[in-house]
Design a protein around this ligand. Sequence first.
Ligand code: NDP
Length: 319
Amino acid sequence: MRALICGISGQDGAYLAQLLLEKGYDVVGSSRDAQICNFNNLVRLGIRQKVQLESIALNDFRSVLQVVHRTKPDEIYNLAGQSSVALSFEQPVETLESIMSATINLMEVIRFLGRPIRFYNAGSGECFGDTLGNAADEETPFRPRSPYAVAKAAAFWQVANYREAYGLFACTGILFNHESPLRPERFVTRKIIAAACRIAAGSGERLRLGNTTIQRDWGWAPEYVDAMWRMLQQESAADFVIATGKSHSLADFAEISFRYFGLDWQEYTDIDASIFRPTDIAYGSGDARKALRMSGWSAKTDMSGVIEKMIAEELKSYR
Ligand code: NDP
């Protein structure tokens, strides 16, 4: 089996590549510019030399066609695109275009080539908006509250339409937040972990956070890429919510992270209203029972487990 992972340089791309290599796949990965990308995440996982790397401009049909035609994948995972909710308020057009045009071009290329390529689309639990104390499942309506979520909702419907209209084996994984040491510090979980480790080591810095009352469903990224693979092994294509089912506040996340070092997070943190989002989700949680029923997948690591693993890895990198 051969898989093409678009966005292999990111957190999920690197873990998915590792998983597929373990399963005996040939892995081809794409970046916007494979010549200048440093693929640090692949280097960290020790798999940089085990994957074939290609440049694809996913907003350019010809570029997508050339690489898919030449590499002949059995499965394509599209994990590429602008992935920060916060940045999507600053770059709404880039966010919409990078997510929507990539999804359309990849599915058009699959149609054009007429090969039975299975397609995974990286959807997001952000599409549901505020789940109001409940866990959203595949039947819950979308109420997106950011340009990022609007783009992901549009891509979700593109996939559903191509599946229905042209019989493509195309699935959207509606994944809630999943974290790991490979997250860049722009994402708040890694920002908190990294700051807690440095402060505990005596850096003397202050941690600057936005709204800490928001509640999210945080899982462990390496488990979530396994769910992506399982989706493409089903008999027929369908969409799946992937989540832990448990939601915690950002304040809880910070509290547990600092408590690991015997510190009180509030003594080291400033709340900065200037980084509050124009619209935010107060409560987000997902119900992944369909994934358990159909593919045997369930989350094993809860938020405390995620924090412990991220701290352990952060401290290792200091040494
Ligand atoms: P990352 O941001 O780590 O990786 C995404 C990759 O997409 C980058 O490595 C980059 O590759 C490419 N990319 C970034 N910006 C753009 C852009 N403007 N245009 C085109 N390509 C771009 O994301 P994750 O690995 O965390 O997530 C993978 C996918 O899953 C993303 O689509 C994300 O939105 C989605 N998702 C993630 C969740 C999470 O909690 N991590 C939750 C739900 C959905 P390069 O620079 O090499 O081209």
